[in-house]
Design a protein around this ligand. Structure first.
Ligand code: ZN
Ligand code: ZN
Length: 138
């Protein structure tokens, strides 16, 4: 069992078109293992996995809030996906899993739909607490 990185409640495994994701039983945020979000984005109707009930505990997106990866306990970084919507999300720098708050997968899915993903995906690295040359290769 893995725990929600946001509210520490239990994550429940959901299988959608043979892709397994883990959704929080409480805040309904969704954990995607590496590339699962990209895979699901291409699956018709996959936005159904996202309840869209966005709940924001105040401390969670604070830059000082250190989130640990629910899979590997690695450090999570704040990432930004920009296109039609700006979505702040968290990605584990070790296993590359990502966390999307409830409602964000629906937006994520709509970003870059009409384009070649690899050319237009832009990530902005926002981690002012460390300055040791970490770069995310995209
Ligand atoms: Zn939660
Ligand atoms: Zn991880």
């Amino acid at each position: 069992m893995i725990k929600c990185p946001k509210c520490t409640n239990k994550l429940i495994t959901i299988n959608y078109q043979n892709i397994e994701i883990d959704r929080c039983s409480q805040c309904e945020g969704i954990w995607f293992d590496a590339m699962e979000a990209e895979q699901l984005k291409k699956v018709k109707g996959s936005e159904k996995i996202d309840s869209g009930n966005y709940i924001e505990p105040e401390h969670f997106n604070h830059p000082q809030h250190q989130t640990k990866c629910p899979r590997c306990r690695g450090r999570m970084l704040q990432m930004l996906d920009i296109d039609q919507y700006s979505i702040w999300y968290k990605q584990c720098r070790r296993c590359r899993g990502i966390w999307l708050d409830a409602g964000e997968f629906r937006k994520f899915k709509q970003n870059f739909q009409a384009y070649n993903l690899t050319n237009l995906t832009k990530y902005i690295f926002r981690d002012r607490s460390s300055n040791n040359g970490d770069k995310l290769n995209v």
